[in-house]
Each structure stands twice: as structure tokens, then as C-alpha cells.
Design a protein around this ligand. Structure first.
Ligand code: URA
Length: 280
């Protein structure tokens, strides 16, 4: 692993010999086609310890990358850190070294009363208050999940027997004021509450901080992506309870194996897209 002080490369896309990527410190061959994207670096070993085997491939800043095998399927997990900026840097590096599918896996708070702590949410799309994806494409462009990734996430939740919801996520650039929480010292602006009420009226189901970046950039990069979350809070009932995080991890890893198997079927049947009756 190179230290920053040893890093001499072109400035446009900093890479060292063998395409070592500046932020994630991984190179081609280090990651599988399917990469899980937790925010928290501590969650990477929690994910990979569920697999049959794994190795650490990179560790730099907020980005820890493990690659291994789960149910015979090669998988990677790379932490993005919190928020869009570091998420985009990780995705840039991962796409450059060959990632083909991203599954964001994280925690969230529900903003509708029926979304209970311990439930799972699969994002159908995301409201782009992430502050980063607009540096790539204007805000009229949608942040949408890939249907195959979402179908695999649904299948995984059904197999595991987990309670899940499918809905639109609001991704914000701030955990506090961006999600209608008080800032330090009770700091508030009037629009915090209005934006929250408007999101609720538009049937948005949850707040988190990376999905819109992952979904938007994936569409731009021609990469499949989806997002699944464990609900750790509810903003309507004002509950917060950090439990069930292993459920979204388990569902994301299982969904990755399902996608891999569907990809094989698509190849066997010479089809570009998966559909439920492909086996008939
Ligand atoms: N992640 C967020 O961004 N917000 C929450 O309330 C919980 C997790």
C-alpha cells in the first residue's frame, strides 16, 4: 500500500502503476463484479465474516475493501464513508477496476409511521438532496434502482423471512439539519420542517445519506445498483434503536448470489434481461 507522500501520478485521475486507485487503494483484480457498499468501515468485516472466505484488499481513509466468496459467488464489500463525496470517490475507483453491480447496504430512519425499527427498506429510487450527484448531472435526472437488483433484494428478504418495504428514499447531505433534526444549540431554519412535511406528503419513506449518489452515478456509469437499509429510527414516533443491522447485510449478500445465478441464466438463454419466466 502506498503512502500519500509516495504518490506521484497524473492529476486528472490519480492512479499508480498497475492502476492502483488513489482513494480505495485497490487495483484491477482486487474486487468482484458485485460490490456491497456499506457506509461504515466497521461494517465491512461484519459483512465479510458472514461469507465462506474473504481477504482484505485495501484500507485507506474511510474505505475498507474485502473480497471473498459467499455460496460459491465472488463478492466484495467497500465502505463509502458517510455522504456523497466519499461515496462518489469510492465508486469512481471501483468502476475503474471492474465493478459491475453495486448494492448499497446501510441504516436509515423511517419518515412514515408504519416503517418500524428493525424493518428493512429497499429503495425504488431516491430524492437527490445528496449534494454530490448534481456535480455529475443536473437534478432533473432520476436516481433509480436497477429492477434486477431490486428483484433480487426482494427475493432475498422473502427467503430470509424479513419484513421489508419498497419505496422512495430521501438522501441528504447532512444527518442533522438535512434530516429535520436540530443543529448544534437548537439551530434551525424554517424550511427544515417544510421539506420533511413535503417528503412525507410525497410518500417518501426514509432518510439516509448515500443512495442517491449510488443510484445516479451507477446509471451514468452503466452499472446496476440498488439499496437496502435496516430501519434504526422513526422520525414520526421519535424512536431510535440500533438493532437488526445484520438483516440488511444478510439480505444484500444473499441478493448478490441470486443476481449472480440470474446472470448465468441470462447467459445460458442468450437474454439481456432477467424475467420471472426465463426458466420455462
Ligand atoms: N442514517 C441516516 O442518515 N439517518 C438516520 O436517521 C439513521 C441512519
Amino acid at each position: 500500500m502506498k503512502d500519500n507522500k509516495d504518490w506521484k501520478s497524473k492529476a486528472n485521475r490519480p492512479e499508480l502503476d498497475g492502476n492502483l486507485q488513489y482513494h480505495i487503494r485497490c487495483r484491477p483484480g482486487d474486487v468482484a463484479d458485485i460490490v456491497l457498499l456499506p457506509g461504515d468501515p466497521e461494517r465491512v468485516p461484519k459483512i465479510s465474516q458472514m461469507w465462506d472466505s474473504y481477504e482484505e484488499k485495501g484500507r485507506n481513509r474511510e474505505h475498507v475493501t474485502h473480497t471473498g466468496v459467499y455460496k460459491g459467488v465472488p463478492l466484495s464489500a467497500c465502505s463509502t464513508g458517510a455522504g456523497g463525496g466519499s461515496t462518489a470517490s469510492a465508486m469512481e475507483g471501483l468502476a475503474t477496476i471492474g465493478a459491475k453491480t453495486f448494492i448499497r447496504v446501510g441504516t436509515t430512519s423511517g419518515i412514515q409511521e408504519h416503517i418500524r425499527p428493525g424493518d428493512l427498506i429497499i429503495s425504488s429510487g431516491a430524492v437527490r438532496y445528496d449534494g454530490t450527484s448534481e456535480n455529475y448531472v443536473n437534478l432533473n435526472y432520476p436516481a433509480v434502482a436497477d429492477y434486477e437488483v431490486n428483484l433480487a433484494l426482494i427475493e432475498a428478504c422473502e427467503i430470509l423471512g424479513y419484513n421489508y418495504h419498497i419505496g422512495i428514499t430521501a438522501t441528504t447531505a447532512s444527518f442533522f439539519c438535512g434530516q429535520n433534526r436540530d443543529g448544534y444549540g437548537g439551530y434551525r431554519q424554517s424550511w427544515f420542517q417544510d421539506r420533511y412535511e413535503d417528503l412525507r406528503a410525497a410518500n417518501v419513506v426514509n432518510y439516509e445519506m448515500e443512495a442517491a449518489t449510488v443510484l445516479t452515478l451507477s446509471s451514468l456509469f452503466r452499472i446496476r445498483a440498488g439499496a437496502i437499509f435496516t430501519v434504526i429510527g422513526n422520525r414520526v414516533t421519535d424512536e431510535f434503536s440500533y438493532e437488526g443491522v445484520e438483516k440488511s447485510i444478510e439480505a444484500a449478500s444473499l441478493a448478490a448470489t441470486i443476481l449472480h445465478n440470474w446472470d448465468q441464466k441470462k447467459k445460458d438463454k442468450n437474454k439481456r434481461y432477467y424475467f420471472p419466466s426465463i426458466d420455462r
